[in-house]
Design a protein around this ligand. Structure first.
Ligand SMILES: Nc1ncnc2c1ncn2[C@@H]1O[C@H](COP(=O)(O)OP(=O)(O)OP(=O)(O)O)[C@@H](O)[C@H]1O
Ligand SMILES: [Mg+2]
Length: 272
C-alpha cells in the first residue's frame, strides 16, 4: 500500500482539474507498471486538447462568417426603410430576402455539419439503394437544372445497396450535385453515375464548368473555404459536410479536373 501513495496523489491531482486543464500527467515518481497507462492517458489528453482547440477555432470562424450576411441584412433593412418610391422599396425587399436566404443557408449548413460530426448523434445503419438515391437527388434538382438550362442526368445507375445513413448519404450527394449545378455556367451539363467496381461502389458527379485550380483541390474541403473569386454565393461548408459523411461511411472523396469541368468521385471500398 506504501507503493500506491504516489498513485493516489496523481489521482487526486487529476480529479481536482477543471475540464480545460489538459496538461500531461507527470509520471515522475509513479511505479513503472503504471507508466504505460499515464502515457496512454497523456496521449488522449493531447488529442482532447487538439479537438478542443479546433472546436474553439470553429466557433470563432462560424461567428465571424455569420456576421457577414447579418451585417448585409442590417444594411438592406436600412435601405428598405429609406426607399423613396414603391419601386425602390420592392427592390430593397428583394435584396433583403436574398440576404436572408443566404444567412439561413449558412445556418442550415452549420447545423448539418454539427449533426455529422463524429459522435454527435448515433449514425443510422440501414440498407441504402445508392442508384435510387442518385435518381432522387437528380429529380429534386430537375427544376433548378431546367431554369439554368443545365443538362442534368443520371447516365448510369448500377444496382448498389450499402449499409449507411440514408439521410446523411442524401445530404452528401445533394451537396456534390448542387455544387456542380451552381458552378457550371448556364447551358452546361452535369452527369451523375453510380457504378460497381472491384466489389465496391463509386458515385461520380461530373460537370463541364470551370473546375477548381489544382492548388485549391485540397483546401476546398476546409470549413468556410471558397476558391477566391468565386462569384456565386455559398457558405464554403458543402465539401466539409461531404467529407464528414463519406468518412462516417468509410468512403473516400476525390476531386479531379477534367478540363473542362470537375469530376467528384465518392469511393466506397469493397464491402458490398
Ligand atoms: N463543381 C465545382 N466546380 C467548380 N468549383 C467548385 C465546384 N464545387 C466546389 N467548387 C469550389 O469549392 C468551393 C467549396 O465548395 P463547398 O461546397 O464546400 O462550399 P460552397 O459551395 O461555397 O458553399 P455551400 O456548399 O456551403 O453552400 C466553392 O466555393 C467553389 O469555389
Ligand atoms: Mg457547395
Amino acid at each position: 500500500t506504501q507503493g500506491l501513495s504516489p498513485v493516489r496523489r496523481v489521482a487526486r491531482e487529476v480529479e481536482a482539474r477543471d475540464a480545460a486543464a489538459l496538461a500531461p500527467i507527470s509520471d515522475a515518481d509513479l511505479p513503472e507498471e503504471i507508466t504505460p497507462l499515464t502515457h496512454a492517458l497523456n496521449k488522449l489528453l493531447k488529442r482532447l486538447g487538439h479537438a478542443l482547440g479546433a472546436q474553439r477555432a470553429f466557433i470563432a470562424d462560424a461567428a465571424h462568417e455569420l456576421r457577414t450576411p447579418l451585417t448585409a441584412l442590417k444594411l438592406q433593412i436600412q435601405l428598405a426603410k429609406r426607399a423613396g418610391s414603391e419601386e425602390e422599396r420592392k427592390m430593397a425587399f428583394a435584396e433583403l430576402e436574398q440576404g436572408f436566404d443566404r444567412a439561413m443557408h449558412m445556418v442550415q449548413q452549420l447545423l448539418t455539419l454539427a449533426r455529422q460530426e463524429p459522435g454527435a448523434s448515433p449514425q443510422k445503419r440501414e440498407n441504402v439503394d445508392l442508384a435510387a438515391l442518385a435518381q432522387q437527388v437528380a429529380g429534386t434538382l430537375a427544376s433548378v437544372a431546367h431554369d439554368k438550362r443545365i443538362d442534368l442526368g443520371v447516365s448510369r445507375a448500377d444496382p448498389v445497396t450499402l449499409e449507411g445513413d440514408p439521410d446523411a448519404l442524401r445530404v452528401m450527394l445533394e451537396n456534390v450535385v448542387e455544387n456542380a449545378m451552381r458552378y457550371t455556367p448556364e447551358g452546361g451539363a452535369v452527369d451523375v453515375a453510380v457504378k460497381t467496381v472491384n466489389g465496391g461502389a463509386l458515385v461520380q458527379v461530373a460537370d463541364n464548368g470551370p473546375g477548381i485550380p489544382a492548388g485549391e483541390l485540397e483546401r476546398v474541403f476546409d470549413r468556410f473555404y471558397r476558391v477566391p473569386g468565386t462569384a456565386v454565393q455559398g457558405s464554403g461548408l458543402g465539401l466539409s459536410i461531404v467529407r464528414e459523411i463519406a468518412d462516417a461511411h468509410g468512403a473516400e472523396v476525390k476531386l479531379a479536373n477534367t478540363a473542362p469541368g470537375l469530376k467528384v468521385e465518392i469511393i466506397f471500398p469493397g464491402k458490398l
